[in-house]
Design a binder for this molecule. Structure first.
Ligand code: FES
Length: 152
């Protein structure tokens, strides 16, 4: 059933009228026009839809709206802008770490979540963290270079 849910996204509060079971990804993209998070698999497996919930990485395609009310949601847009990219975003630009770019939202948000817990992770820790984020172009070498730069 449709109800009003209050969502805090990138520091702004929104009243969302939707079924409480609606995946957060749909609300972000369709209602709030935040297109950083991408729809890849829709099953929680690829990572393209990753956002931060209270600073921790989560897959928004499988997060029902009801589960995120009252939490701080951060999307790719919340990390910076084209005029003023965040640290991880800048590292991806510097390293030109994109081919098609579809996975990058998930890569960047997942690295950001790691840096939130551990500002200077090792190569092994970065690899472990990115293990379940899929990139079909095979841009892993550049993605790792960007991750290492952000972790310096
Ligand atoms: Fe959410 Fe693939 S779209 S994990």
């Amino acid at each position: 059933t449709t109800q009003i849910t209050e969502l805090s996204v990138n520091g702004q509060s929104h009243q969302i009228e939707a079924d409480a079971d609606t995946p957060l990804l749909y609300i972000l993209r369709n209602d709030l026009e935040l297109n950083g998070p991408k729809f890849g698999c829709g099953l929680g497996e690829c990572g393209a839809c990753t956002v931060l919930i209270d600073g921790v990485a989560a897959r928004s395609c499988v997060l029902p709206l009801r589960s995120v009310a009252g939490h701080d949601i951060t999307t790719l847009e919340g990390l910076g802008s084209s005029a003023s990219p965040g640290r991880v975003q800048q590292a991806f630009i510097d390293q030109q770490a994109a081919q098609c770019g579809y996975c990058l939202n998930g890569m960047i948000m997942t690295i950001q979540a790691l840096l939130n817990r551990n500002p200077h992770p090792t190569e092994q820790q970065i690899r472990q963290e990115l293990k379940y984020n899929l990139c079909r172009c095979g841009t892993h070498v550049e993605i790792m270079a960007a991750a290492r730069q952000a972790a310096q």
